[in-house]
Design a protein around this ligand. Sequence first.
Ligand SMILES: [Cu+2]
Length: 479
Amino acid sequence: MLKRRSFLKLGGMALGQAAGGSLPLLSQAMAGATAVPEAPADFTLRIAPVTVELDRGHIVSTVGYNGSAPGPVLRMKEGKPVTVDVVNATDTPEFVHWHGMLIPPEVDGTEEEGSPFVPARGRRRFQLTPGPAGSRWYHSHAMAMDDLHRGAYTGQFGFVYVDGIGDPGHYDQELFLAVRDWEPFFTGTMDDDDDYSHDGPLLEKPETLNTAPNGLEVGSMTYSINDKALGSGDPIRVRAGQRLLVHFLNASAIENRRIALAGHKLKVIAMDGNPVPNPQLVDSIFLGAGERIDAEIEMNNPGIWILGSTEKTLRDAGLGAVVEYAGQHQQPKWVDLPHLPWDYTIFGNPSAKSLEPQQTIELVFEKVPSGAGKFNMWLVNGKPYPHQNELTLQKGVRYRLVMRNRTDDAHPMHMHRHLWEVKSVNDKPTAGLIKDTVVVPYFGRAVVEFTADQPGLTLFHCHIQQHMDYGFKALFRYA
Ligand SMILES: [Cu+2]
């Protein structure tokens, strides 16, 4: 087992208290704000301090959208342009990123791509054409560095569901469930689910490992699904015979997670919002930070069950929700599952016809351990961000990306404004599986392909905030 380490909160390094309460309110002058457009926007997101009552007596102060965390589920229509006003009531500039959408860099919401920021105490109107259809999400793309009250560590996240023209199917209930952690702190040890990311072979394990002492990482001991810890708030109420459509999102800034619903199987029908070629019934799902899975669940086992992390320590720390059949009154039940590796390739169709790649880009990931008390540095092709002109795309060309992970963490790699076709994981081939975020197993390899059809700067990065902030990103340019 590579990593099954216990929690260790470093004395003096814990930064669990949230900063939200110290932020000044909007009543002050809106200096530097852009003019307020006349016509009302289709959507307004107001970034401001919020409190989240995870459990009775356990209130987290953070920053969220429209008074809550997660923010509202935004429903948009594929291809129908929308205006979004972002009002920033905090004292730091913000970026709202639309994860999984095929939109230009001007509205994508990252500093690296040159998207305009939303000024502190200011507002900005964005216009975008939502698409493709499916489960997307929006979240802060601000750098956090050593500030655990910034960027994706805050409550600035929410679902955006893009409705397509196709038949949405017939479901008795549709649920949006975001997996989250709160009150992050710096730690020298991490408890993560990365050993689910594969069962070998370790194709990219270097012959000699860098044995320098590891630096500080970010951990949590406080979890929820949406804004409630397991056992708090209302249960998910169902009836025998119902069919549920559940949109799962891992909105964590720090960890990949494994989730199950005790007593039930989940039929995975879409990944990152895109229908999979080969829907499969599974006992549990693995979600890298930033990933989404849509699952159908047949409510065919009356009782009261726990939906949550497959790890007891995480369920005990809040990562779950109770699913209650009508007329049942027993204690919520959990059933342990065999520890099986996650395998994307079973959801693809290896004989699906794919476009032939014309060029291959190799991407090698490495970690430079910093030693105790400092932050590790992350390298893409031998250097941390920024890269100069080595990652240049030609419009219309089909590319193959070979991601070689020479580190002992599984990294959820995300490319903005493009969709990938997963072609292999650790040399196991697949095809037709379309994603925007792919977990590259520790010491493993993933191959994806895409067509360069979205001109403009394109950010590529690990979706773990600390990794991204300390070098693990690169910018693709179009020639
Ligand atoms: Cu990473």
